[in-house]
Design a protein around this ligand. Sequence first.
Ligand code: BG6
Length: 509
Amino acid sequence: MDLATNPLREGLAVERLPAPCVVVIFGAAGDLTKRKLIPALYNLALARMVPAGFSVVGVARNAKSDEAFRAEQREAAARFSRTKPLDEVVWNDFAAGLSYVTGTFEDPATFATLRARLDELDATRGTRGNRVFYLSTPPSTFGTIVEQLAKHGLVADARDDAHFTRVVCEKPHGTDLASSRALDLSLHAALAEHQIYRIDHYLGKEAVQNLLAFRFANSIFEPLWSRQHIDHVQVTFAEDIGVEGRGRFYESAGALRDIVQNHLIQLVTLFAMEPPVDFSANAVRDEKVKVLRALRPMRPEEFAARAVRAQYRAGAVAGASVPGYREEPDVNPESRTETFVAMRLDIDNWRWGAVPFYIRAGKRLARKVTDISVHFKPVPHRLFPNLPAEGNVLALRVQPDEGISLRFNSKVPGVGNDLRHVAMDFRYGTTFGGAGPEAYERLLLDVMLGDATLFTRADEVDASWRFFSPLLEAWNASDERPAEYAAGSWGPTPSDALLARDNRRWRTL
Ligand code: BG6
């Protein structure tokens, strides 16, 4: 009997249960597989959100048996799963569908073996020819892998409703406009756009999705969401960690490519977009891409005034001394790669005309925090002489301590007329208890369900690169050294100057 039609499963099915399928992970020897993908799939299994017969095939170059792969992944899942300890029964059931194919991506034999394995799984586990290919490999390999999949009959016709092929691409989606377009061409040679899932794990975070609920499930905030009431918006993406042994990767990426062009700009588009007509994937992405298209392009003579790049030097983070970026392993001692970026963005449309968005992202800052703050305009007439200069602030905390806080002025109890900022706070942890699923759980489930709402469409990636590429080129061509900031600080002086120029300052976090 096909496991998926087993009547004993009736009543167990959750609202969002995918059709039977196999997930194939290319780059299965990598860190992402161990730390995120397998733990996420295991947690989906634990929550009974994977279909019956669900199977996972890892593909990588190191020769390994299925048993060795299972043992290795078990150890990693025990260590990295958000739920602990591992549930033996669930893990054993999950591991029964876990296998490994050895081979390189250039070798057609790898794909012939994979094809045979997938046919076998269709027959033995009822996976029905439905396949998710997860490319957890460098983008330079994407074209080859997809071409080989197509050659080996592993890509279902895009119009085939009975079977699906979905390809998940890990970031970076190119390194500039030209490379991202070339990458897209190679993907589209074998796949239709709706078969491609460009992942940005920030979109899988609860607090990021809650941005949509906050804006479009409440009637009191949306009327305030525009230039009529908002003075400016700040987005901070701070990490206290350095490059964590990823010096080689980071040298070619830098903060702009690693964070700003994807994670951070995604937060801006969700924050700033118009209400979609519905929550279908294309309706949401249509609105997001409009924000990207409305970003005012920067002219080269404006780069210095609107964008700051910097590098951390040695300093102290949480009381411990840490080396500077150029002293990190695999980093060129003369490197000009930026570990910090601050910028002023302007969104030229009716809603946001004259509302600057100040964004900053960096490694080795004072602490890990991702936060969007909305700074409202001051009152039009000061009735209270001692009214604090700064107006109301609505802070949307993406992580850690996910929550929303509204700052307003209140009279201090007493016979005087003193005023002080107070806050109304909502915290996810306190209200809902415990952490929600990991971003990868939500996103992998969405891929299996065929819901691309939280994935980036080709035109979004293109619009984002169109905006950032000229700045990157100018930075690459410039002999000027990036500014410096001490590890453990909140960034370099020019970042403060960026706001001071507009008579504003970064919110203290
Ligand atoms: C990754 C970046 O995409 O996101 C890393 O490559 C960064 O440099 C990470 O540290 C941050 O993700 P999170 O979920 O830990 O905030």
